[in-house]
Design a protein around this ligand. Structure first.
Ligand code: CO8
Length: 255
């Protein structure tokens, strides 16, 4: 692999974006490597959580401007440029973005495709596409607006200004902020916690929460209720409840 580094420890897979010379700018090769690597792991019952991270300086400074700059509208349309990222968003294993430094444009959008964003105090989020004469292209206008509301989303997307970690946490984009040197250890610890639960329950939980951003309350509540009912078909449900009653830790097996 040329553009990412991958490490698996127990049930947690950590992927580091690795194009340091361009601040992890996201090109097609990186996207393909990332998706091709994670897809089989997504289906692996022994993998319970993904952590996606970058470097101290940049999570990712956006789509690769050099790769895009000379494309025509026809090429963008016929290649369905960026559509490959949908496969990343569709991964069902819980994924946490651990963001230090710049998360701009596609970098911010990649973080928002994850289920949780944890940030170092050095993190800077932005959708600066307007400075390039374009607009966000893989969900910035949609996911950011759902996550932080119209006022803040418009402010960022129309001005291109960056948001620091503290403001991003206040706005609801980021779940937790850590000192830069604690980002990875703390994120890994949370990933281990998530990965220790039953994978079917974790998958259902993230899908149900995501529904809240997509459908009305009635449909969302029905989706949640049916997913809740369905989990009673799992051994993990029986084990989790039995363990509670027997006052011992549960041993989830992902089935
Ligand atoms: N694409 C290509 N190369 C990049 C990118 C990028 N997005 N960002 C940085 N680089 C390169 C620079 O060209 C530079 O290369 P070189 O050393 O060869 O000149 C190297 O990385 C280091 O960058 P800087 O010298 O600029 O470093 P600074 O610390 O001075 O500045 C910044 C850091 C502020 C992050 C600055 O690099 C910058 O503004 N980068 C561009 C940010 C941006 O506009 N991002 C949005 C891109 S458009 C986009 O993401 C569209 C989204 C559509 C969907 C995306 C799907 C993945």
């Amino acid at each position: 692999m040329n553009h990412i580094k991958i490490e698996q420890r127990d049930r947690v897979v950590t992927v580091q974006l690795h194009r340091p010379e361009v601040l992890n700018a996201l090109n097609t090769d990186l996207m393909t490597e990332l998706v091709d690597t994670l897809r089989p792991l997504d289906r692996d019952p022994d993998v319970g959580c993904f952590v996606i991270t970058g470097s101290d300086r940049a999570f990712a400074a956006g789509a690769d401007i050099r790769e895009m700059a000379s494309k025509t509208a026809l090429e963008m349309f016929t290649e369905d440029f960026f559509a490959g990222w949908d496969a990343f968003a569709a991964l069902r294993t819980p994924k946490i973005a651990a963001v230090a430094g710049y998360a701009l444009g596609g970098g911010c959008e990649l973080a928002m495709m994850c289920d949780l964003i944890f940030a170092a105090d050095s993190a800077r989020f932005g959708q600066p596409e307007i400075t390039l004469g374009v607009i966000p292209g893989i969900g910035g206008t949609q996911r950011l607006t759902k996550l932080i509301g119209k006022a803040k989303a418009m402010d960022m997307i129309l001005t291109g200004r960056l948001m620091d970690a503290e403001e991003a946490e206040r706005a609801g984009l980021v779940a937790r902020v850590f000192p830069a040197d604690r980002l990875l250890p703390e994120t890994t610890a949370v990933a281990e916690t998530i990965a220790a639960y039953g994978k079917p329950a974790a998958m259902a939980a993230r899908e149900a929460v995501d529904r809240a951003l997509e459908v009305g309350l009635r449909e969302g509540l029905l989706f949640e209720r049916r997913a809740f009912h369905a989990l009673f078909a799992t051994e993990d449900q029986a084990e989790g409840m039995r363990a509670f009653l027997e006052k011992r830790p549960a041993r989830f097996r992902g089935r």
